[in-house]
Design a protein around this ligand. Structure first.
Ligand code: HEM
Length: 535
């Protein structure tokens, strides 16, 4: 308890694992009798824990996703059971078993697993939870908040004119915000914060319209990221106004902005996917206030992974000068040049983002490799009925299954002996068919790697619907930065790759361990160029 007090006094916010472990320890000793869990001999092997009932929970809170890697190093099971509190979680580390679990089945459910977490993220009230949980697993057809919202997002964010409209707008906004970045001399920026600034308003404007909450009140941008940084303690929900003080009050302000957005019907100027989403929620009886709350999880989905993915994509490119030169030369083939008209100064250079798919295979391969390298999000499902998978593992009703993407992404048996290294060319293939012999293109998966092994966007019926948008915006943005700017260390020379933080609970793509200060400047000889992104 002294340690807990010291930690509180030193930081104002205690470390989550300390709070969780202290509280769980007290409850465990008082409620010992009710916590006994029987295991069936057919369940996956049980990993013993050092402290009864709570050992794994404390370790997950303390070591985050690296705890799964630690267990894997010791046991190397394709699936195992982690006893947790009054139940168990099954952890899958084999792509073959992941493929079985992510297949649509009435015995497993994504929504039953995530809606409780969503409730804690967005602070839904009890009535709203009843509404969103109603028919979430399509027991009675396709009506209900979750089925309708899922189908609508899958269609509006799938390839086609609606997606093209949002992407075009997003790229236009990036072109104009990047054009305003004209560093004077040796301008030093913290890269992650700089990217948050570039993405937050651009995404919100393209998707939530010109009257989005951040355009109406710019201070909410910092509040959104303060909420995001404290999302795990908010989900733990143990006196969050004390244990996650900064995030809790920042979320209150963002929620007020979202409620105002809905009440004043500012969404009427938003992209059609947001208009439709809000219409579905209102139709099913959510109050305007709770519809506002619901948009917080959407903002989190849009921004939470795109920003850190862009961070790693850029740092990998700028820390390897040879790779950077290769990528610049590839992107050059997707650029057309126009002289600026009267009053213009320099050249207008247009990067054609769709064209990058065919002319810039190393760039696209490096994007996928970045995702493999840093996306350690676990896919979760709830087991709705006792079920046996692969003919031998019994999974018990009401348990959670997690697919440990971080472990699968770095498994040498799946990706080869260099699995732990970043290889920008991993997703390249040389065509052998007669018409295009010798032409190098990007492949979704290297030879012999099963599709369930690339887990950045999850898989199965709930695979991330934003993946097409994410690729265009991230690849487009990175292409413009690479062509227009140079990054250097403040002390000079190529930047160093920051260390990944794998010690957090994996709700989003990994973040860097420390701040990453860089000098940003326009490329020599191209200082006056105006870069534009077109789909
Ligand atoms: C690099 C960027 C991104 C990554 C790595 C990512 C990753 C993921 C993952 C892992 C899931 C869960 C799938 C599963 O468990 O099988 C997911 C779901 C989701 N993502 Fe993304 N995402 C990204 C960008 C986006 C963007 C830009 C949007 C919106 C425009 C978006 C919208 C969603 C939504 C709405 C869901 C929930 C799907 C459902 O309810 O069926 N994501 N994403």
């Amino acid at each position: 308890m002294d340690t807990l007090r010291n930690s509180l006094e030193a930081t104002g916010t205690p470390k989550l694992w300390l709070v969780v472990s202290s509280i769980l320890l007290i409850i465990a000793f008082t409620a010992r009798k009710n916590l006994h869990v029987e295991y069936d001999a057919l369940e996956p092997p049980v990993i013993p824990q050092s402290i009864p009932y709570i050992g794994h929970l404390i370790s997950i809170a303390r070591y985050g996703s690296s705890y799964y890697a630690m267990i894997n190093k010791k046991h190397n099971y394709p699936i195992y059971t982690l006893p947790t509190w009054t139940s168990r979680t099954y952890i899958i580390t084999s792509p073959a078993l992941a493929a079985i679990i992510q297949r649509a089945s009435p015995k497993t459910s994504f929504y039953s697993a995530i809606l409780e977490v969503t409730k804690r993220i967005v602070a839904f009230d009890i009535q709203s939870m009843e509404i969103v949980q109603n028919n979430a697993n399509r027991e009675a057809g396709d009506e209900g908040v979750m089925p309708e919202s899922h189908d609508m997002l899958a269609s509006t964010l799938g390839p086609g004119p609606t997606l093209n409209r949002i992407t075009t707008l997003q790229l236009e906004i990036f072109s104009s915000t990047l054009d305003k970045v004209r560093p004077q001399g040796k301008e030093v920026v913290e890269l992650h914060s700089w990217l948050r600034e570039q993405f937050t308003l651009a995404n919100a404007t393209a998707i939530y319209g010109p009257e989005n909450l951040f355009s109406m009140n710019a201070s909410l941008i910092n509040d959104f990221w303060a909420f995001e940084a404290g999302i795990v303690p908010l989900i733990a929900n143990i006196l969050p106004w004390i244990t996650a003080r900064k995030a809790y009050f920042a979320r209150e302000r963002v929620l007020s902005g979202l409620i105002e957005y809905v009440e004043l019907e500012r969404y009427k100027k938003a992209a059609s996917m947001i208009q439709k989403r809000i219409a579905i929620n209102l139709k099913h009886g959510l109050s305007k206030k709770m519809v506002g709350h619901g948009e917080l999880v959407m903002l989190f989905a849009i921004l939470g992974n795109a920003v850190p993915t862009t961070f790693w994509f850029l740092t990998h490119l700028f820390s390897q000068p040879d790779l950077l030169a290769d990528v610049r030369s590839e992107i050059g083939a997707a650029v057309t040049v126009n002289e600026l008209g009267i009053g213009g100064d320099g050249e207008k250079k247009i990067i054609h983002v769709e064209k990058l798919k065919s002319v810039a295979p190393i760039l696209i391969s490096a994007y996928r490799e970045t995702l493999r390298f840093v996306a350690n999000l676990t896919s979760v499902r709830m087991i709705l009925e006792d079920t046996v998978i692969a003919g031998k593992y019994l999974l018990k009703k009401d348990s959670i299954v997690q697919i440990a993407s971080g472990v699968i992404h770095l498994d040498p048996d799946v990706w080869g002996p260099d699995a732990a290294e970043f290889n920008a060319r991993r997703f390249l293939q040389t065509n052998t068919s007669e018409d295009v012999t010798g032409k190098t293109t990007t492949t979704p998966l290297p030879k012999n790697v099963p599709s369930a092994a690339f887990r950045a966007f999850g898989g199965g019926s709930v695979i991330c619907p934003g993946r097409h948008f994410a690729q265009s915006e991230i690849v487009g943005f990175v292409a413009a930065v690479v062509m227009g700017f140079d990054f250097e260390k403040p002390s000079g020379g190529a930047i160093e790759l920051p260390e990944k933080n794998d010690g957090l609970i994996p709700l989003v793509v990994m973040k860097p361990k420390r701040e990453c200060m860089i000098v940003i400047k326009r490329r020599k000889g191209l200082e006056k160029a105006k870069w534009e992104l077109e789909l």
